[in-house]
Ligand binder design. Structure first.
Ligand code: UDP
Ligand code: MG
Length: 338
């Protein structure tokens, strides 16, 4: 019977219902174990699907490893980036290319178990258009968990978006939301938070979490810090306002402090004033530090404007490979905005 064969294996003209998007930077060692768990789960779902892997400028043979699977997995598509553009750009490229009605993003390192995918699909079937997840029993070093907690709190405050866990990338988006996100002009946007703008019926479900199977985390402390700065400045102008208020408070304090110094000088005499100079140094350094932070923040916003004006694409795709034979030709596209 023809229907039996439809289980997961699409007829070539059948449009996938589910698109899985997996950004990959140097994940060659994880591909085999990932696919061994992912594909059986997807086949069992009995909906036509595609798996889009984005090779985000890997240098460890991730692309070759992926290409090896094209024959055995006709549902596989590979986007190969011209260089490293970052996880979020990779996900955006996936959104742009995805054909499915339901789109799920996944990490390549098996930290988000593929076995959770049916739960997300169930939420889609219930009519949710944005499915967030939060990690239960998170398996990351203490430092990472602490930093994430801080990031989550800060982001909730600044953005006004109440998401339990911004960092968990196992998420579901309907096609509508994904395409709207893909057409955002923002250069380095933070997908989970931005997606909430477009959602009508979002939901958050718990998922389990595992330690990384192999390879190393692509996020160093510095990269996390810059991600946080991105997040903060891409979601709101609150930091600029914060600058203004802190500046005003510091100025008022400074003026009061000046009066106090004059007063003490008059009461305690010139000897005291010479020693007080060190206090002034301390105050000066604090103010200078504050100014640098302020400049940095301003620079961040101006930098965004600058990048916008230059209009560089957020990513450049060098090649696209598809497991299905009829469109396995190689094309090139980029994420530039019209
Ligand atoms: N990733 C990517 N480009 C990057 C950094 C990361 O495509 O520049 C991918 C990476 O291969 C993985 C996912 O994003 O599939 C999450 O990265 P990682 O596991 O290193 O992050 P962590 O779990 O440490 O937060
Ligand atoms: Mg990881």
């Amino acid at each position: 019977m023809k229907n039996i064969d439809i289980k997961g294996h699409m007829e070539s003209d059948q449009r996938p219902k589910l698109s899985i998007i997996i950004p990959m930077k140097n994940e060659a060692v994880n591909i085999d174990p990932l696919f061994q768990r992912l594909f059986p789960v997807l086949h069992d779902l009995s909906v036509p699907f595609e798996v889009i892997c984005i090779d985000d400028g890997s240098t460890d043979g991730t692309l070759e490893e992926l290409k090896r699977h094209l024959k055995s997995h006709p549902e596989l598509a590979i986007l190969s980036f011209a260089r490293n553009f970052g996880q979020h750009a990779a996900v955006m490229a996936g959104f742009e290319q995805a054909k499915g009605e339901w789109i799920i993003t996944l990490d390549a390192d098996l930290q988000n178990p593929p076995e959770e995918i049916p739960n997300l699909v169930a939420a889609f079937k219930e009519g949710h258009d944005l499915i967030g997840t939060y990690r239960e029993g998170r398996q990351d070093p203490f430092f990472r968990r602490f930093a994430s907690d801080l990031v989550n709190r800060m982001t909730r405050k600044i953005s006004g978006v109440s998401i339990k866990d911004f960092g968990c990338m196992l998420r579901g988006y309907t096609r509508d939301i994904a395409k709207q996100l893909a057409h955002q002009k923002d250069y380095r946007i933070f997908i989970p938070a931005l997606a909430t703008l477009f959602a009508k019926n979002p939901v958050e479900i718990p998922v389990s979490h595992a330690p990384r199977t192999a390879g190393v985390s692509k996020y160093s402390f510095l990269k996390l810090l810059s991600l946080q700065l991105d997040l903060m400045t891409s979601l709101s102008l609150a930091p600029l306002r914060f600058l203004f208020f802190t500046g005003s408070i510091i100025a008022i304090l400074g003026i009061s402090f000046g009066f106090l110094l004059i007063l003490l000088r008059l009461i305690l005499g010139p000897d005291w004033a010479a020693q007080g100079i060190f206090t002034l140094f301390a105050v000066l350094f604090i103010l200078i530090g504050g100014q640098f932070i302020a400049f940095g923040l301003l620079g961040e916003y101006i930098g965004r404007i600058f990048k916008e004006i230059r209009g560089h694409p957020s990513y450049v795709i060098r090649e696209i490979y598809r497991g299905r034979s009829e469109d396995s030709q190689i094309n090139k596209t980029d994420g530039s905005h019209p």
